[in-house]
Design a binder for this molecule. Structure first.
Ligand code: MTE
Length: 325
């Protein structure tokens, strides 16, 4: 029997790419991926199909400045086609390289965002109107997924601290909770995970107002593509990628620590904090190394806080970072 040996750049180990909910259904996932990519790989060499195809996204038209401080992430910027064709967005599918093909029906204009809870400016806002009140900046950040893949992206967005200042939360607000869109008519959820959505996440208020945290609305000088979380998502580059909820519809200021999506489902694997930490392995794989999309040929050492200790370590001073992973 002939066997297809896939090139290393496509072979994805457990920790690298098997989406959590289909871990148990891994064989089916691999069969699907192989069927979809095997033939074209043989014809076209080692670049996987998802890294070649693509359609252009719209130019960013809102005014923004370029950050002086976060201009160089100390490693090469990932190619746009890789960052926008390899995604985790389970409301559409758990197949990373298919998300971008399934987002066309997702309506992002107009977009209402609700500010809720303990804030003076609680209410519903049109996102475009809200963005007019807030400064936007381009910043190059490293991004690290809990599955061990990493990328480096020039994001455009609002320093989240500015939004918090604008919203005027009361001193009782200790956490910020995010809820994302769940529209079954527009999001096909090929995974059968619909019952778990909407996706929700949260940050401590000092994390939310840390200099690094961004409400992101663009990337690569363009509007945020739908597969990357249009029209707005959170980016916290010192945390694993699942702490960056996409397509946010509600931002709530609350007193008590809210549940978060993955922590609620699998608390042993996914903590509330989820700071990048090479010393805290996922129960199924080590976090000591990472690889950069699209190729896992080369492994790099994982840096504590993804290399952002200078900006964030003080927030966790005295805290047991293993217990509070
Ligand atoms: N947000 C929503 N609404 N749904 C998701 O499935 N996946 C998270 C995060 N935000 C997810 C989400 C995970 S696991 C990761 S790693 C990042 O989005 C991936 O972001 P990217 O596709 O832009 O790389």
């Amino acid at each position: 029997m002939n066997r297809i040996h896939l090139p290393a750049s496509w072979h994805l180990p457990d920790g690298a790419a098997t989406p959590e909910p289909i871990y148990v259904d891994r064989r089916r996932f691999l069969r699907g991926s192989l069927a979809a990519t095997g033939a074209s790989l043989i014809a076209l060499g080692t670049t996987p199909a998802w890294a070649r195809e693509g359609k252009p996204d719209g130019k960013y038209t809102r005014p923004f400045t370029k950050s002086g401080k976060y201009r160089d992430a100390g490693r090469p910027i990932s190619k746009e086609i890789h960052a926008t064709r390899f995604n985790n967005f389970y409301e559409f599918t758990t197949n990373k390289t298919e998300v971008w093909k399934l987002v066309d029906n997702f309506q992002i204009k107009p977009w209402q965002i609700e500010i809720g809870g303990l804030a003076k400016k609680s209410g519903k806002y049109d996102l475009d109107d809200l963005l007019k009140k807030l400064p936007q900046e381009e910043r190059v950040y490293r991004f690290r997924c809990v599955e061990t893949w990493a990328m480096t992206v020039p994001w455009i967005g609002v320093p989240f601290r500015k939004l918090v200042e604008w919203a005027e939360p009361s001193s009782k607000a200790k956490y910020v909770r995010f809820e994302t869109a769940w529209r079954p008519d527009e999001m096909p959820d090929m995974s059968g995970w619909g019952k778990n959505f909407p996706y929700f996440e949260a940050l401590r208020i000092d994390e939310a107002t840390n200099d690094l945290t961004m409400l992101t609305t663009g990337m690569y000088g363009k509007v945020l593509p739908k597969q990357n979380g249009a029209p707005c998502r959170i980016i916290t580059p010192w945390k694993y990628g699942y702490k960056s909820p996409k397509s946010i519809v509600r931002i709530e200021f609350v007193e008590k620590r809210p549940d978060t999506f993955w922590n609620l489902l699998q608390p042993r694997k996914y903590g509330f904090y989820s700071n990048v930490n090479p010393n805290v392995p996922h129960p199924r794989w080590s976090q000591a190394k990472e690889w950069r999309i699209p190729s896992e040929d080369k492994r790099y050492d994982t840096q504590m806080f993804n290399g952002y200790g200078e900006q964030v370590a003080a927030m966790y001073k005295g805290m047991d970072l293993v217990k509070n992973h």
